[in-house]
Design a protein around this ligand. Structure first.
Ligand code: WT7
Length: 637
């Protein structure tokens, strides 16, 4: 398989970039020709950022699974689509060819059909990283059901919130998930979530860990038993539903600066083209290469770069069930060695964490198959970049630093492996089709180079979000109202003398902890649920491994007899309300918070104190009670 739209030189990059800006519709129409459509589009793009209204390939119909599966069968049916590497290295890995994956997706789509799942229905997926997860996602897409995958680290409360928001009547889950030494009891969590979700009709459960579960009559079904029924029905085929280009493909919940996660909506055609085009170009994927993205399918990275991007490109994608440090910190390198991985895509957090184990875990690991390395999710510091380059890439693998967001659907700013130059800690240049712009606080464009500002996009791209589920106004407000006629990313950014972009981090109240996005307001809400808490304020602070850590200032009611016990209680509350990923790293009990006369918490001051700054706290004269600042500084932990 070759990709005619794969950019092969720096000159070509510049040429193609220019075309993407001057003739965007012609540019995308040409690329879209290489996909399988049931019906071609009438109009490539119709848009305004005011409402916003974004329509790509309007009038076209397709099914993304035909692009990810059916169209590969004839020439590449026996190519491995998915390599599954289990948590426990002594368990056998599994390979599924495109033919097998196609078969199993149709089979499970028939299970969903038997259980009355139809086009447009929302299906919540809460599973570990096993092949059935890929099959479940693709089976939904086959029928045109809208999947919403929830990461296995989220709590019952978070699942219940998402079920209500998406009005999802179907769930696919597992009895449990293996994660290092632990077993996460997924079905039990679902049961807790369902206590107040009686609209859920069916829960299909994969048996993976043999964790004891309670199966409710009528509602709960075993995956393997449902598959047996389909086998007995005898017809393995399942037609791919004809989807309009702008029908919803999936909802993925993500945090923002307000308390409630929002359902980012991606649609069928634009997302497909974007995931594929970015995968092929950024990683410079070549036929038969083995590609390993270490993310979880519960995040956008897993959607776009474990499943849809690679599979639509006919690639071999590796799914890893476990964690980088089990059974030891050499696990990634074992996997690279064992499966002859050519492309490795991971997070700076993982690199920094593995760095801290030194070089011993690399001993006797053959990494010579590696050709391309990538990072995603957060800024990568130069030290980690060089460690990755030297010890993993042996200074012969280009590293792509890919900047993008759940909302962008796929990679926006990145070097193209081996084609455009890398620069440590810079995402470098926008992909053709991406038109970044830096603006100041008032929305004026910051022109020229060697400048910094807030990162926006001035033109749509096929993979961008279309709305936030059930609340279009929220989408408009969050992304399209800060600056007129621009999509605002929420990131600060600088542009160097050569036009390279470097993302400097969020400028809103959103934290990036180990590459996971967490809203400070969400964590505050969770802390405030504890009945001893009067008020709290959460900020981020630099953390050596996680990038950012979570620092919580908490006002406690009544006497505080045992601060450590209270801290544990609060952590327990956060785990229960959101999930363990949102647990504060530090909790400081305070008697008051720095507030302005109008009652607004001055987070700027709290951030500085959390960062360890004690002197230059800026202007504190507008504070209602400037004395609290001294108390907080003295009590810093
Ligand atoms: C936020 C998006 C992109 C998928 C994983 C995270 C930060 C992402 C980079 C990078 C610096 C980055 C941004 C962005 N971010 N990639 N290469 N360099 N920062 O997706 O949860 O939607 O978070 O992650 O701050 O806004 P997400």
């Amino acid at each position: 398989m070759s990709y005619p739209y794969q950019i092969k030189s720096l000159e070509q990059y510049h040429e193609v970039y220019k075309k993407s800006v001057t003739q965007p519709e012609a540019f995308w129409a040409e690329i879209a020709e290489y996909f399988l459509w049931k019906k071609k589009w009438d109009k490539v793009l119709d848009w305004n950022f005011k409402e916003p209204k974004i329509q790509w390939f309007r009038g076209a119909t397709l099914n993304i699974t035909e692009n990810c599966l059916d169209r590969h069968l004839q020439e590449n049916g026996n190519t491995t689509a998915i390599i599954f590497e289990p948590n426990n290295p002594s368990e056998k890995s599994i390979s599924l060819s495109y033919k097998e994956l196609h078969f199993r997706v149709m089979q499970f789509a028939n299970v969903l059909k038997n259980n009355c799942v139809k086009k447009g229905d929302r299906v919540l997926i809460y599973m570990g990283m096993i092949p059935e997860l890929a099959i479940a996602v693709l089976a939904c897409a086959r029928l045109g059901a809208v999947h919403s995958v929830v990461f296995g680290g989220f709590s019952a409360q978070s699942i219940s919130d998402r079920l209500h928001d998406a009005k999802a009547e179907f769930i696919i889950t597992c009895d449990g998930a293996f994660r290092g030494e632990k077993i996460i009891p997924l079905k039990n969590v679902i049961d807790d979530a369902l206590v107040n979700c009686d609209f859920v009709k069916k829960v299909i459960v994969v048996e993976r860990t043999q964790t004891p579960v309670s199966m409710l009559k009528q509602r709960d079904l075993w995956w393997h038993e449902e598959i047996k029924k389909v086998e007995l029905q005898g017809n393995p085929f399942c037609e791919a539903e004809e989807m309009n280009a702008e029908d919803i493909l999936f909802i993925l919940y993500t945090s923002g600066s307000t308390g409630k996660p929002k359902g980012v909506v991606h649609t069928c055609a634009g997302y497909m083209v974007w995931a594929n085009y970015t995968f092929v170009n950024v990683f410079q994927y070549q036929k038969n290469q083995v590609y390993f993205c270490t993310a979880d399918v519960g995040w956008i990275t897993g959607h776009s770069y474990i499943l849809y991007g690679p599979l639509s490109a006919g690639a071999t994608t590796l799914m890893f069930e476990g964690i980088p440090t089990f059974p030891d910190a050499g696990r990634f390198w074992d996997i690279v060695d064992k499966h002859q991985v050519n492309i490795l895509y991971t997070a700076p957090t993982a690199i920094r964490s593995l760095m801290s184990f030194g070089l011993a875990p690399l001993r006797n690991k053959n990494l010579s198959s590696l050709k391309v390395l990538g990072t995603v999710g957060e800024p990568i510091n130069e030290e980690a970049w060089h460690w990755y380059d030297k010890n993993i890439g042996k200074e012969k693998c280009p590293i792509v630093d890919t900047w993008w967001q759940t909302e962008t659907g796929g990679i926006m700013i990145s070097n193209l492996a081996g084609i455009t130059p890398a620069k440590p800690s810079y995402a470098t240049l926008p992909l053709p089709g991406v038109q970044p712009i830096l603006v100041d606080e008032t929305g004026n464009e910051i022109v020229g180079n060697n400048v910094s500002g807030n990162l926006c996009m001035k033109f749509p791209w096929p993979g961008m979000l279309r709305t936030t589920y059930g609340d279009h106004e929220r989408c408009r407000q969050t992304y399209f109202s800060t600056y007129e006629n621009l999509y605002f990313t929420g990131d600060g950014c600088l542009r160097d003398a050569d036009g390279n972009y470097r993302i400097t981090g969020r400028v809103d109240d959103v934290l990036n902890v180990s590459g996971h996005r967490i809203g400070t307001a969400e964590v505050e809400n969770a802390i405030n649920m504890h009945n001893g808490v009067v008020e709290s304020a959460v900020v981020g602070y630099p953390h050596d491994i996680k990038g950012q850590g979570i620092y919580a200032y908490v006002i406690f009611s009544g006497g505080l007899n045992d601060a450590d016990l209270m801290r544990k209680d609060i952590l327990q509350t956060v785990t229960r309300i959101i999930g363990a990923i949102a647990k504060p790293d530090k909790i400081q009990f305070v008697s008051g918070l720095p507030k302005t006369r109008s009652g607004k918490i001055m987070r700027r001051i709290l951030r500085k104190i959390a960062e360890g700054e004690t002197e230059n706290l800026g202007d504190t004269t507008t504070l209602l009670d400037p004395n609290v600042v001294g108390d907080i500084k003295n009590g810093k932990i």
